[in-house]
Write a protein that binds this ligand. Sequence first.
Ligand code: SAH
Length: 215
Amino acid sequence: MDKKIELVKRLKNCGYMRTKKVEKGFLEVDRAIFIPDNLKHFAYHDYPLEIGFGQTISAPHMVVIMCELLELEKGQKVLEIGAGSGYHAAMIANIVGKNGGVYTVENIPALAEIAAENIKMAGYGDRVHVIVGDGSLGYEEKGPYDAILVTCAAPQLPDPLKEQLNTKGNIVIPIGSLYLQTLYRFKKSGENWKREVHGDVVFVPMRGKFGFHLS
Ligand code: SAH
């Protein structure tokens, strides 16, 4: 069986892939585009891969879990912290559709450039905007957002992200130590916030003002 189809089957059986829209996004956005040449043959193996600059593209199951937790709808405006390869942003772009938009912030300029190229090659350059900057501060210029995704490990939920979320929506973020984190979904509805725990995860550290201060 085709590796991609086989992986979709497994992601569904494990209960990670639950909706048609996430399945469609996964099938339509080719992960191979976002992976360096020497690793492309691992595109549909379910593990994270190195993308240079000490950073990684998350494993397919993690991208799928996070996309499901965001509860994305067509036409939404989404903020991502940590563009990396651009893969996750492209998946979100597929799900929110032509009338939606994704703002993804990356603080390594060379990686931001690669992400933008990959996203363009995958066909989502029209609705994904890659910004170079400290994403721990969010991206106030285009807020508020309908959903916010953080793809690097944070020591706590940065206040600016809370402020830049719409009156209703989700923030999905790994929070914990440098080496192990818990995946949280913060659900906002008006003045109410609900915090849900979604398992143990390992992400590369968030840097910047609200990140880890590594020497
Ligand atoms: N979503 C990416 C995976 C990103 S890995 C993908 O689909 O490939 C996490 C990324 O977060 C890395 O590229 C890292 O450079 C970036 N990062 C870490 N701290 C950051 C910060 N404060 N602002 C923006 N990006 C940050």
